[in-house]
Write a protein that binds this ligand. Structure first.
Ligand SMILES: [Zn+2]
Ligand SMILES: [Zn+2]
Length: 358
């Protein structure tokens, strides 16, 4: 036999929303997915969060988009089919898939349940080595290793964004030890990531200060999300009042911004953790780090085991993202609004009720 055609390799028809060029405009697409393998879980997608990364990819802002691109890596739904070897879930169960759908399973990182740092990690969509399509689609199939078991009665729509936004802040809070009751931790930026970070930290008994360019967000940071205090980063007197007060900072901002004022907020031995990715390199002078033995670190999403732990922690503490639920037809408007940071605090697409064949 000759080489297989795409139809025989990927025989299951699917409907999605794709961007086809750098305009980033999303429109319906018919495509196909693989059949359910022995270790695969197939599920009907009910909701998919809209991550800022989706916006970068549809517009090819990182110069690595392969069109057509079907975005979405905050995917939840209900299992419709499982392979013969699947043990984790059964038909009818609620499940999620985040940013990862493959890894080598044999390197040190995979062995340590840190698939996110495996050099062969496969992204849920727009992967560089294999063709992958994300959750702006009516169904999804993934190896059971990458399936997150959804806690009973935990909201699917409000919980979906935690599969990327949630784990991105949860993992560094745990890894860098910023999770001890009584600690004081700063959260820079009150967006999709930041507002969830505040909720996790408060559930851990940590004192939280939100640091933002926008004074408008103070009321919501404190009264809605439970932050203890708020600093306007452009207000020097306010920033001065926080100098030397924090054990750590989770910096979620992806726009260019100075780090030195944030390092000044740290106590000796304090840790500044970056989870945003500005395009321009940071300016990082040595002296502010030497005096006080401070460190600047990074963190990237989280492994599957930790994502499962994070979702269970969120369910136990009633933590969900603050969302705007939208029909799929609204996605292009949502992308325009996301570009202007005009969202409180995450768009979630109601795929189950609104993505229908024309
Ligand atoms: Zn994301
Ligand atoms: Zn690996």
């Amino acid at each position: 036999m000759g080489s297989k055609s795409p139809e025989t390799e990927h025989p299951v028809k699917a409907l999605g929303y794709a961007a086809r060029d750098t305009s980033g405009v999303l429109s319906p697409i018919n495509f196909s997915r693989r059949k359910t393998g022995d270790e695969d879980v197939r599920f009907k997608v009910l909701y998919c969060g809209v991550c800022h990364t989706d916006l970068h990819f549809v517009k090819n802002e990182w110069n690595n988009t392969k069109y057509p691109v079907i975005p979405g890596h905050e995917i939840v739904g209900v299992v419709t089919e499982v392979g013969s070897k699947v043990k984790k879930v059964k038909v009818g169960d609620h499940v999620g898939v985040g940013c990862i759908v493959g890894c080598c399973h044999s390197c040190n990182q995979c062995g340590a349940n840190q698939e996110q740092y495996c050099s062969k990690m496969v992204h849920t969509y727009n992967d560089s080595s294999v063709v992958t399509y994300g959750g702006y689609s009516n169904h999804m199939v993934a190896n059971e290793h990458f399936i997150v078991i959804w806690p009973k009665d935990y909201p699917l729509d409000g919980g979906a964004p935690l599969l990327c936004a949630g784990i991105t802040v949860y993992s560094p809070i745990r890894y860098y030890g910023l999770d001890k009751p009584g600690m004081h931790v700063g959260v820079v930026g009150l967006g999709g990531l930041g507002h969830v970070a505040v909720k996790f930290l408060k559930a851990l008994g940590v004192k939280v200060t939100v640091i933002s360019t926008s004074p408008k967000k103070k009321e919501e940071a404190i009264n809605t999300f439970g932050a203890d205090s708020f600093l306007v980063s452009r207000d020097q007197a306010q920033m001065q009042s926080g100098v030397g007060s924090m054990d750590g900072i989770i910096d979620t901002v992806s726009a260019d911004h100075p780090l030195v004022p944030l390092i000044s907020l740290l106590k000796p031995n304090g840790k500044l953790v970056l989870v945003g990715a500005p395009t321009k390199p940071y300016e990082l002078p040595a002296f502010p780090l030497l005096f006080g033995r401070k460190m600047v670190g990074g963190s990237f999403i989280g492994g599957i085991k930790e994502t499962q732990e994070m979702i269970e922690f969120a369910a136990k503490h009633n933590i969900t993202a603050a969302i705007e639920r939208i029909p799929i037809e609204y996605i292009n408007t949502a992308m325009e609004r996301l570009q202007k940071s005009d969202v409180r605090y995450r768009f979630v697409i109601d795929i189950g009720n609104t993505l229908k064949a024309a």
